[in-house]
Design a protein around this ligand. Structure first.
Ligand code: NAI
Length: 218
């Protein structure tokens, strides 16, 4: 993937977490927060947080900490969340429909404009008022409607073909849920999501805990 700044991906991946926790603080009417307090709730060290935020100009004040509203807004705009993105969902099965029904994404500015599928039983339906089109129409729809993000929810043997169609239509980014890596040109941002990796981490930690407890009993 082509990058346009020197900010490391590790920093980029921490920003959404800061944004989420600051949103919670804001909801609870907290007005200011120190990097120590942010450290306690995010699990990152205070110096890590200060270092990350310094990449973008700092925002904190010595002896005061951070203004929650301002920092939340600043990180939101660093993340590009003050913008609206048009998306399409390809594959209108269980997952595609769940994403279409999950209104948080639209509320965060990621607007699903259409779903696409090959199944004639699904084509023409509306999921959360979003129409399911024949995947044959995907390329022209993306091109004609300036869609920026394609969300792939097809079986894994279909995801490369779908990614290529999205690429031909000029998509800027792909959020790929199919459990297979896709190959597209470097200028398209690809984010693969694997819920199973998170679940398998739980499995490892459970196993580790059991083993330690067993060893203690011996
Ligand atoms: P599903 O079988 O319910 O839905 C898949 C849909 O894709 C079907 O409606 C099918 O007709 C459609 N489809 C097939 N070929 C297509 C094509 N060429 N173009 C457009 N649509 C096409 O499957 P489900 O449960 O929704 O899972 C979808 C994908 O997401 C699978 O690859 C699954 O492994 C993956 N998945 C990934 C997760 C993750 O964490 N990354 C979690 C859950 C599912």
């Amino acid at each position: 993937m082509e990058r346009f700044s020197s900010i490391s991906m590790a920093v980029v991946r921490r920003l959404p977490k800061y944004y989420r926790y600051l949103g919670e603080l804001k909801k609870n009417d907290v007005k200011r927060v120190s990097s120590q307090e942010l450290s306690r709730i995010t699990g990152f060290t205070a110096s890590q947080i200060r270092q990350d935020l310094n990449c973008f100009g700092g925002f904190g004040q010595q002896g005061y900490g951070y203004n929650v509203d301002d920092l939340h807004q600043n990180i939101g705009s660093i993340l590009g969340l003050d913008k609206v993105y048009k998306t399409v969902i390809v594959g209108a099965g269980n997952l595609g429909q769940a994403i279409a029904n999950y209104t948080f994404f639209a509320k965060s500015g990621f607007i699903p404009e259409a779903l696409f599928d090959i199944n004639p039983k699904l084509i023409g339906l509306r999921i959360n008022d979003i129409k399911v089109y024949d995947v044959e129409e995907l390329e022209s729809f993306v091109r004609d409607n300036d869609i920026e993000i394609g969300i792939i929810c097809t079986p894994k043997n279909q995801c490369q073909k779908v990614a290529e169609t999205l690429a031909r239509a000029g998509i800027k980014a792909i959020w790929n849920f199919a459990p297979s890596d896709i190959t597209v040109s470097d200028d398209i941002i690809v984010e693969n999501v694997h819920l199973s990796e998170s679940l398998f981490t739980i499995s490892y930690l459970l196993k580790e805990k059991e083993e330690v407890l067993k060893a203690k009993k011996l």
